[in-house]
Design a protein around this ligand. Structure first.
Ligand code: NAD
Length: 361
């Protein structure tokens, strides 16, 4: 298969971690007989330095022409970098918002996996963490409260702020379909999270999700109120497979879920549109504090590349091979600094990439 991939190395540790992900993908291509064509584009600070803007139209067109986009991370240290002297729409993060919009990426996927070997980093009690967990938060990314009309007015001498939360059934249906499709590739369970005891938008959410569920009789659906879900994530995260939810609830729950894994350098993510196209990137930022030192953990980016193979190319076996390589490297005792513990072997970013690539056979 010919895979056309646009890469955005980005800023900080971005170029280092993307280089290792490419290394692993090239090994996958060799072992499984695929052709991978990589084209790099600039975004964020790197694009500001080269072109004066965080994202050019040409970069957008290159991304659109590919089958998928693999990204490192963008941004610098907001307290030190001159990029943050620019107006907000010219700063690195504007590039990310711009590309998400241009590519119509409405579904955000964040897996949270607790690896047995890293269980010590999990802040939960051992009796909870010992069951392990492997869940995925599917968050609606372009609607809801963050995109509703907002204003601040003065009424009767009092300042009053208004934010509006709207969802139409089309927006709910397309994310629900994504959620059920992805559950089919996993353990076939969807927990739809809402606040249907209070919000009209949640009541519509629940109805539409049930309508979509009728087309997926093999996937189990349950509903959960968001406050309960926040508790269940720390009480028993192993009960979850796919958590399907709207924008703001997903924003909060996905940070909570990543926190309970205890290791930021391990967390992948994806943003999808209604075709197979997606943008894949680690959940962490550009870590300017460790950039250029060859100490960053590339695993989150490598696992994002595995998600790309699974969701944009339907190459499930190849995706599993990458995930298995990650498990094997951890089992063999290799750790980058962020996940290092006594008795393990400390390796740098590029060595970690080599070790992962070696384990794709
Ligand atoms: P960060 O995730 O970059 O770093 C937080 C801490 O985690 C740092 O100590 C860093 O060294 C460490 N860390 C992060 N990733 C690591 C890895 N792979 N291996 C080892 N250690 C790692 O968050 P921050 O410091 O708040 O943000 C830095 C910059 O990244 C900011 O400009 C921010 O806007 C940007 N950012 C970008 C994205 C994105 O591109 N999607 C996401 C979040 C933050």
């Amino acid at each position: 298969m010919r895979l056309q991939i646009t890469c955005i190395p980005g800023d900080g540790i971005g170029p280092e971690i993307v280089r290792e992900a490419k290394k692993v993908l090239e090994k996958v291509a060799k072992v499984y007989g695929h052709e991978m064509v990589f084209t790099d584009i600039l975004m964020g600070g790197a694009s500001i330095d080269a072109y004066g803007v965080p994202l050019t139209q040409e970069a957008i067109e290159t991304a659109k022409a590919a089958d998928a986009v693999l990204m490192g991370s963008i941004g610098g240290d907001p307290t030190k970098s001159p990029w943050y002297q620019l107006p907000p729409d010219k700063r690195p993060e504007a590039g990310l918002l711009g590309i998400r919009k241009a590519l119509n990426l409405f579904a955000n996927l964040r897996p949270a996996v607790l690896y047995e070997e890293l269980a010590a980093a999990c802040p939960l009690k051992e009796e909870i963490s010992k069951a392990g967990f492997d869940l995925l938060i599917m968050r609606e990314l372009t609607g809801g409260l963050y995109f509703g009309e907002r204003k601040t007015v003065v009424e009767n001498g009092l300042r009053k702020a208004i934010d509006t939360l709207t969802y139409d059934e089309g927006e709910i249906r397309r994310i629900a379909i994504k959620g059920f499709d992805i559950a089919r590739k996993r353990r076939k369970k969807v927990t739809s999270v809402d606040k249907a005891n209070v919000l009209d938008s949640s009541r519509l959410w629940r109805k539409v999700v049930e309508e979509v569920a009728a087309d997926y009789p093999d996937v189990k659906l349950e509903h959960m109120l968001v406050d309960n879900c926040a508790m269940q994530l720390v009480k028993d995260p192993s009960q979850f497979d796919v958590i399907l939810t709207e924008n703001m609830f997903g924003d909060i729950l996905s940070d909570e879920a990543s926190m309970v894994t205890g290791s930021i350098g391990m967390l992948a993510s994806a943003s999808l549109n209604d075709t197979k196209f997606g943008l894949y990137e680690p959940s962490h930022g550009s870590a300017p504090d460790i950039a250029g030192q060859d100490v960053a953990n590339p695993i989150a980016t490598v696992l994002s590349a595995a998600m790309m193979l699974r969701y944009s190319f339907d190459l499930d076996e190849e995706a599993k091979a990458i995930e298995e390589a990650v498990r094997q490297v951890l089992k063999d005792g290799y750790r980058t600094g962020d996940i290092f513990s006594e008795g393990m072997m400390r390796v740098g970013c590029s060595q970690m990439g080599d070790l992962l690539a070696e384990r794709i056979r």
